[in-house]
Design a protein around this ligand. Structure first.
Ligand code: CDP
Length: 215
């Protein structure tokens, strides 16, 4: 069984995906974390998103995800980058790398080769549309950008980071993600859309569980 949780930036996709993984004891993959780790590598190596990223470079990037004891860890060439990939620099650049087909193909390979001995829940932008169009359940989360920025701001918990800046970054990413040529951010026709603007985490989770139970 595959459950796809797609949606706009900062709508709580990974929170919901982890809750599902915990409840049903499924494996979990955060597709955005692959794009973030690859972006970190390319920034660290001064490889611009405007350049052609050849196979030689891609072969040097090894990203692994481990989901254990309710914790997701991301390794870039065996170094734990779980915190670093959430920083401002990666967040503001990731969409410009994620629109490149060569990078998307690298992530698709990783996702499709995920350990399938267990059911899988994956969050992202194009899981239900492109990566796993036959997913058993598809959800699409959206919300007002101001509310999303406020939630992310609270999560970051750093007064030095301005709320307006976060909202700008979120809007910029949504725009780049939904206007790109390859696998743009959009709801799959058969996905169940949930507007999370006025809902708590538990209310969203209940809607997801109700949908799963109703099948
Ligand atoms: O957590 P948040 O919703 O802010 O973002 P994320 O899931 O970590 O994804 C970061 C970025 O990776 C997105 O803005 C997209 O540019 C890219 N991404 C993508 O293109 N396709 C996916 N399936 C997942 C993420």
């Amino acid at each position: 069984m595959i459950i796809a949780i797609d949606g706009e930036a900062s709508t709580g996709k990974s929170t919901q995906a982890k809750k599902i993984a915990e409840k049903f004891n499924y494996n979990y993959r955060d597709s955005g974390a692959y794009y973030r780790a690859i972006t970190l590598y390319l920034i660290q190596n001064n490889i611009s998103s405007n350049s052609n990223i050849n196979q030689n470079i891609l072969d040097k990037i090894d990203v692994k995800q481990k989901y254990e004891n309710k914790k997701l860890s991301i390794y870039l060439n065996d170094v734990d980058v779980s915190g670093k990939i959430r920083g401002y620099k990666v967040s503001t650049n990731v969409s410009n790398y994620a629109k490149k087909p060569e990078i998307r193909n690298l992530v698709y390979k990783q996702l499709r080769n995920s350990d399938r001995s267990n059911s899988l829940v994956i969050d992202g932008r194009d899981i239900g549309t492109v990566v796993f169009p036959d997913a058993t359940f598809k959800f699409f989360l959206c919300a007002d950008s101001k509310v999303r920025a406020e939630r992310r701001h609270k999560e970051i918990n750093d007064k030095a980071v301005k709320l307006e800046l976060i909202e700008k970054e979120i809007k910029y990413r949504d725009n780049t993600d939904s206007t790109r040529k390859v696998a743009p951010l959009k709801k799959a026709d058969d996905a169940y859309e949930i507007d999370v603007t006025l809902l708590t985490i538990d209310q969203v989770f209940k809607k997801i569980l109700d949908k799963i139970d109703s099948k």
